[in-house]
Design a protein around this ligand. Structure first.
Ligand code: NDP
Length: 603
């Protein structure tokens, strides 16, 4: 159905809504959880086990037991490096899926492209969008399949990582008294792992129960991550602060469970419907030709990059706008199809139509017109994390669910008894913070450890003027060290695991080459690092935050970025081109830009 759009009116409305939310304190509006409520970070899921501190040597140590560590370790094992130790502050593998066990936790990206190593482990996801417990179990499956449990250190926070020039090894220390060495080190601590809280006046004074969604307190709420009802909330008044991707998934579970449930909203999420269904085994057997997962990942990435792709394999809410864009483009006269101004116009039109549909869906589902109006999102779909849920909006039809909309201002105050919105105090027994994770804050405060490379120079010092790397993986003066993260690489946030599987393959090939050639040290050359930094800087900024968007962590809360932050952009030619480049680099066997040294002290 063609939707009539008044483009100028919409642009104006989007700007008004954004301006309402802009605030000069940007990221400073949040408080660092460790300074106020360190106990909120305690692990509610697994008891800490006593163990002996480690003082041994391993071939490869990886900090972070989420997908980054698991996939890198798996690829290393495949390349013959079996002596891999993963270290994580959590009580098991899983990373974000270890911590985020809130009711309803589910992957918003199709499970066939989001769950890595499906071919290798033989797992067939039960649904096209897997729930948290299945993804966590898949992480454990990878750990078991590749024998990663024996060497792993859980409930262990790394406190320092230092290169030992003489010995040519990394020294790793932790809060559990470990002091061991590794020939190589990998780091994949994840972009969203330090929970954050809003700096609302009075937050320290609240006398009731409170927790962050990433440390869900099932002892208080009842229920479990598999979806059992939250049966201890029947007589409780609960306030949930935040309406991002996490809130959208847990609201339907809280809505039926609490005596009164307040949803404190600053900015509504765009919540599209989702076609959720079991994965049919016969259908799967037909598509599962060797290499299928890679083809699916590449197809999804190509679709999102805006390239014309004939067959949209995933075909969901993520690829909807590109599909509309290409359909619109195909209707233009041939000579106009390559005009960048027309592209921008078509893209905007596709986005306006999509968002208008999403807003109409709110009217169709939410019975109370005023509530419906408040649940409508007025910004471009990719300004914030797009959400997909078939029951979120319905939750507001329950008499016990109250939307406390703050018209962009946020919760005014927290008192010993409850929350204040619009000058009214709402007494509650419990506050649940669905307020997300630190992004763009000091790297050290998020990871909790410094990395010291050759000559005592730290990573923070090396990156003082901005990030420096080759492929977002190798850093000069940090020999035998590898990063697994998206910046200066594909920066492909719609399917984070795709970045990880490509980086992991590159790292494993590099290590195998170093081992096979008897090199004691592998390091990016100064020239190659500089050339890569220049290449990233030459980009158009397409992968940088969009200041026209409503504030959020996607665009540094709407504040201008410091000059050095631009260095965290992605490959200028886009994610698909980056993946192609990395594969070529690895397949050539030349490891261009890397220096392999025969001893630890020199080349
Ligand atoms: P977000 O940072 O996306 O959301 C935080 C929420 O808290 C926002 O709604 C924000 O409002 C609100 N907030 C902040 N301060 C206040 C305040 N003072 N008063 C009222 N509200 C406030 O965190 P999430 O945990 O929801 O999601 C984080 C990320 O995790 C997602 O973007 C996504 O990448 C990932 N995720 C992925 C899932 C998946 O399917 N794979 C599922 C869930 C999460 P405002 O918007 O105005 O800033």
């Amino acid at each position: 159905m063609k939707i009539a759009i008044d483009r100028e009116a919409l642009r104006r409305k989007y700007r008004e809504e954004r301006d309402k939310r802009l605030r000069p304190d940007g990221n400073e509006q949040y408080i660092h959880i460790e300074d106020h409520f360190p106990h909120y970070l305690d692990d509610p899921y697994t008891e800490v086990q006593a163990r002996q501190a480690k003082s041994d040597h391993v071939t490869f140590a990886f900090i972070g037991g989420g997908y980054a560590g698991l996939v890198t370790a798996a690829r290393l094992v495949e390349q013959g490096v079996s002596d891999v130790r993963i270290v994580d502050k959590a009580g098991d593998f899983g990373g974000t899926w270890y911590w985020n066990r809130y009711p309803g936790a589910q992957c918003d990206t199709a499970s066939l492209i989001y769950m890595p190593l499906l071919e290798e482990t033989g797992h067939v996801p039960t649904q096209n969008y897997a729930h948290g417990p299945e993804i966590l179990e898949h992480c454990r499956r990878i750990g078991r399949r590749y024998g990663l449990y024996d060497n792993a250190l859980f409930h262990t926070r790394v406190s320092a990582v230092e290169w030992q020039e003489e010995a040519g090894v990394w020294r790793i220390r932790s809060d559990r008294g470990d002091d061991f060495t590794a020939r190589y080190i990998g780091m994949g601590t994840g972009p969203l792992h330090m929970p954050k809280l809003p700096g609302v006046p009075g937050i320290d004074d609240f006398q009731g129960h409170a927790f962050h969604t990433s440390r869900w307190d099932y002892r208080y709420t009842g229920g479990d991550p598999a979806g059992a009802p939250l049966d201890r909330l029947g007589d409780k008044r609960v306030a949930l602060i935040g309406t991002g991707a996490t809130a959208v998934q847990c609201v339907p579970h809280l809505a039926g469970a609490c005596a009164t449930f307040y949803v404190c909203q600053r900015t509504p999420s765009s919540v599209d419907a989702r076609d959720i269904r079991p994965i049919d085994r016969d259908w799967f057997a037909a598509i599962a030709e060797p290499g299928w997962q890679r083809r699916w990942m590449e197809n999804f990435a190509a679709n999102l990059s805006g390239a014309p792709v004939e067959n949209d394999l995933v075909r969901d809410g993520w690829t909807d706008i590109p599909r509309r864009f290409h359909a619109g483009l195909a209707q233009l006269p041939e000579e106009e199809r390559k005009n960048p101004a027309r592209w921008a116009e078509m893209w905007e039109q596709a986005d306006f139509e999509k968002m208008e549909e999403i807003r109409r869906r709110v009217d169709a589902v939410v019975q109370d017109a005023q509530t419906a109006a408040r649940l409508k999102a007025w910004y471009g779909q990719l300004c914030k994390r797009p959400c997909f849920h078939n029951h979120y909006l319905e939750a507001f039809n329950r008499a016990s669910t109250v939307l406390l909309d703050t018209d962009g201002r946020g919760v005014e105050r927290i008192t010993p008894r409850g929350v204040v919105v619009g000058g009214v105090e709402y007494p509650v027994d419990c506050i649940i913070y669905a307020t997300g994770f630190e992004v763009g804050t000091d790297r050290l405060s998020r990871t909790g450890f410094e990395v010291t490379g050759r000559g005592g120079r730290t990573l923070s010092e090396h990156w003082q003027q901005g990030m420096r790397s080759l492929h977002g993986i190798h850093v000069r003066n940090f020999p035998n060290a590898f990063l697994v993260q998206p910046a200066q690489g594909a920066n492909f946030i719609a399917n984070v695991p795709h970045n990880i599987v490509e980086s992991a393959a590159a790292i494993a090939h590099t290590v195998r080459h170093a081992e096979a050639s008897g090199a004691a040290r592998v390091e990016v050359s100064a020239a190659a690092e500089e050339a890569w930094v220049q290449l990233i800087a030459s980009g158009t900024g397409l992968t940088l935050p969009n200041p026209d968007c409503t504030p959020g962590y996607y665009n540094n809360e709407g504040q201008p970025l410091p000059a050095e932050a631009h260095s965290y952009a992605g490959y200028p030619m886009g994610a698909v081109a980056f993946f192609g480049h990395l594969q070529q680099w690895r397949d050539s066997g030349a490891f261009e830009g890397l220096e392999f040294g025969l001893d630890a002290s020199g080349m």
